[in-house]
Design a protein around this ligand. Structure first.
Ligand SMILES: Nc1ncnc2c1ncn2[C@@H]1O[C@H](COP(=O)(O)OP(=O)(O)OP(=O)(O)O)[C@@H](O)[C@H]1O
Ligand SMILES: [Mg+2]
Length: 248
């Protein structure tokens, strides 16, 4: 099976001395191409740090991240900028749309920055997938939360990245808008072979994915393939029981 991203022995520490926190503690993980993977774990377990290090938005202290066959730590800043622009899509919990631009302009922005014209067929497919054709001239403030996040997903997809990272993309949405976004991400994987890695706290959201990886204290502690909601809840409660035991 093709590997879209590979994390090997990744470690990242914040602070020093008493205040030292190991956000990532020897994390190794393969992300399979064309799969929808979710990352779960308690608050502070290192999920965002892992996403940021994988997406070249942050640097680890040691270990390696490969996107395809490119190793991030071996790349110069300019090369990393190009990699982020051309091969990586990122969806933030807080949407991060430009408020003064329309939905259509927001979606086209990464290509405009790269000086590239959209591939019309792909652009149309993305717009059809996110189901926003009649909202393209609206500003973000004129869209619902779910619609704004669908714009953000379209923006992440339009440059045809080899991998999309999404950090709690449904964290700020009600359950119906969340379902819109999760269905969209699922369709991107099923219909277009997109590779997606999504952080979530929600067992319902994780059940949309092909594989759940569990982090605790900066380490991978469990994983489950083709999960259903009940399995995920069971692993989460096992993890919190282990934390309670350790605290006693
Ligand atoms: N810039 C920073 N400076 C210092 N500590 C940080 C920084 N960023 C993260 N941390 C710490 O690293 C650990 C992991 O943080 P991270 O944001 O990756 O967790 P998370 O799993 O995404 O949590 P959440 O579910 O709350 O978003 C936490 O203990 C956090 O306090
Ligand atoms: Mg986080």
């Amino acid at each position: 099976m093709e590997i879209a991203a590979r994390v090997q022995n990744l470690t990242k520490t914040y602070g020093t001395g008493q205040a030292e926190i190991k956000a990532l503690d020897d994390v190794s993980l393969d992300i399979r191409a064309g799969q929808f993977t979710s990352v779960m774990g308690p608050s502070g377990s290192g999920k965002s740090t892992l996403m940021h290090c994988c997406a070249a938005l942050d640097k680890a202290d040691s270990g390696r991240v490969l996107i395809g066959d490119q190793e991030l730590s071996a790349m110069k800043d300019k090369e990393l900028t190009r990699l982020r622009r051309d091969q990586i899509g990122f969806v933030f919990q807080s949407f991060n749309l430009v408020p003064t631009l329309t939905a259509g302009e927001n979606i086209a922005l990464p290509l405009a920055i790269a000086g590239r014209k959209p591939e019309i067929e792909w652009y149309d497919a993305v717009i059809a997938t996110v189901d926003l054709a009649n909202r393209l001239s609206h500003k973000p403030s004129e869209l619902s939360g779910g619609q704004q996040q669908r714009v953000a997903v379209a923006r992440a997809l339009v440059s045809r990245p080899s991998i999309v990272f999404a950090d709690e993309p449904t964290g700020n949405l009600d359950s119906q808008s969340g379902a819109e976004v999760l269905n969209l991400l699922r369709r991107c994987v099923d219909d277009h072979g997109q590779t997606i890695v999504m952080v979530t706290h929600d067992p319902v959201a994780a059940a949309y994915t092909d594989r759940v990886v569990f982090l605790a204290d900066g380490r991978v502690v469990d994983e489950v393939a083709d999960p259903d909601r009940e399995q995920i809840i069971e692993i989460m409660s096992r993890m919190s029981a282990a934390v309670d035991e350790a605290a006693c």
